[in-house]
Design a protein around this ligand. Structure first.
Ligand code: HEC
Length: 196
């Protein structure tokens, strides 16, 4: 995917992709353990897309309503509950993981760190599915897909307004999630399925 694609265009492509294949005809299994990798990949993809849309819509609305300072407070209070409610809805655990995390709850564990390295190594990295120790996990790269992300994740003093920075520092004293440029690798979706 070209990094210039907007989120809308991306979702559209994902919908096109999902609409164009019939999961029943494309069951593929990992040798030996009967795991329907393709079905998990497709579910992971649609959950990540839905989640991304919800967060994006919310951050845009909050910014419109009260500017970036209000939007930071909004993300601080709402990003996790929104993620948890979609986890509930889709019967899985949805997380956003980043090596440069803002919320320490999004810090990678040892396995995540290895996947992060892999996904960040290539700008054209594709989603990954890992089935290990009885856990089925889908990972998808997150990019700084639009200039608007820089309002809160770009360079201090250049992209992040002083008032916004102030509230970010206050809510996240150990923040690592700034200094990004448009198109940069930002982290990944991690979707842990409940069914085996
Ligand atoms: C209004 C400010 C704001 C904007 C705009 C914004 N973010 Fe964030 N972002 C935050 C805050 C605050 C958090 C921490 C949320 C929490 O506490 O769970 C965060 C967390 C994240 C995380 C989770 C990992 C971590 O560092 O904790 C990712 C990934 C992320 N943002 C990506 C993006 C992308 C991509 C965009 C653009 C589409 C974007 N953000 C736009 C404020 C913002």
């Amino acid at each position: 995917m070209k990094k210039t694609l907007t989120i809308e265009a991306l979702s559209f492509l994902v919908i096109l992709f999902l609409a164009s294949c019939n999961p029943k005809q494309q069951q593929s299994t990992v040798a030996g353990n009967n795991i329907d990798t393709l079905a998990f990949m497709q579910r992971g993809d649609s959950i990540a897309t839905a989640m991304q849309e919800v967060l994006l819509q919310n951050v845009m609305q909050a910014t419109k309503a009260g500017g970036p300072v209000y939007a930071v407070t909004f993300c601080n209070e709402r990003a996790m509950p929104l993620t948890d409610s979609l986890s509930e809805k889709y019967n899985c655990r949805i997380q956003r993981i980043s090596d440069k995390y803002r919320n320490p709850a999004n810090k990678p564990n040892e396995n995540d760190a290895a996947v992060l390295l892999k996904l960040s190594a290539s700008n054209a990295a594709k989603p990954l599915f890992v089935s290990e120790n009885g856990e089925n996990i889908y990972y998808k790269p997150i990019k700084i897909a639009m200039a608007a992300c820089l309002n809160c994740h770009g360079d201090e003093g250049k992209n992040i307004a002083p008032k916004t920075l102030e509230v970010i520092r206050q809510k996240y004293p150990n923040d690592l999630a700034n200094g990004y440029k448009e198109g940069d690798f930002r982290g990944m979706w991690k979707i842990t399925f409940r069914e085996k």
